[in-house]
Write a protein that binds this ligand. Structure first.
Ligand SMILES: N[C@@H](CCC(=O)N[C@@H](CS)C(=O)NCC(=O)O)C(=O)O
Length: 222
């Protein structure tokens, strides 16, 4: 059984999850693989205890523990591993140029959204409303409006997914769709992005990361 190490917590405003680990969770779901979730205490990501560093040398999530106990870290590396190891329900194009496009799109999503502006919006949701840094959250939204969303709008307008079919490039945007579902950020200036996020939320795999899905209902599959 594959074990996905992540951070997930229930709050009155929804079940919150690590964005990078959500990227992996949707691929485990898309490939209908048997896995279970191991939930780390969110504070461990800052304290970095020795047990965590032994599994992920940077003390981050996600990492994926294989049946023999070996661990793979980094969401992009894990998803490429899953695609290579379990090629059914293919999630990457097979021509060089399309593959490069897919990787560029995934890299952009990771850098502009997941490690760029999204944490400024997402991190404050892990504390009580009265303790949130609203100015930081607004800076995150402004950052998305200035960089991530205009580029995504130009890439996704007139298309269903970033490559011909749903692919690894769409996985980080499943996590973006999750964050923006909780935040409710208005996307009127970016109609193609808004429609794309709705399309992603309609995929069955989204249920495993949806803020509406309880912890009890999202422990893995099979
Ligand atoms: N490049 C890594 C980034 C992972 C990452 O930054 N994860 C966050 C949680 S979403 C984390 O563990 N943060 C703690 C830290 O940066 O030390 C990946 O794609 O897996």
């Amino acid at each position: 059984m594959l074990i996905l190490a992540t951070t997930e917590r229930e709050y009155p405003w929804g079940t919150l999850r690590s964005t990078h680990a959500s990227k992996v969770k949707v691929i485990l779901e898309e490939k209908e693989l048997a896995y279970r979730v191991e939930r780390l205490h969110p504070g461990d990501l800052w304290k970095k205890p020795a047990e965590l560093l032994a599994k992920h040398p940077l003390g981050k999530v996600p990492y994926l523990q294989l049946a023999d106990g070996a661990c793979i870290f980094d969401s992009t590396v894990i998803n490429e591993y899953l695609e290579d190891r379990y090629p059914h329900n293919a999630l990457k194009p097979n021509r060089d140029w399309e593959l490069a496009q897919m990787r560029m799109q995934e890299t952009f999503a990771d850098e502009a959204f997941l490690v760029g502006d999204l944490p400024k919006i997402w991190m404050p949701y892990w504390v009580k409303p009265e303790s949130r840094d609203e100015a930081l959250m607004e800076a995150g939204r402004a950052g998305l409006r200035a960089r991530g969303l205009p580029y995504l709008e130009s890439m996704i307008a007139g298309r269903e997914y970033l490559c011909e079919d749903f692919s690894l490039a769409d996985a980080p945007y499943m996590a973006v769709a999750m964050v923006l579902e909780v935040d409710g950020m208005v996307l009127a200036e970016f109609p193609a992005c808004a429609a794309y996020f709705e399309r992603l939320r309609a995929r069955p795999s989204y249920r495993a990361i949806s803020p509406k899905t309880s912890l009890e209902d999202s422990t893995g599959r099979g």
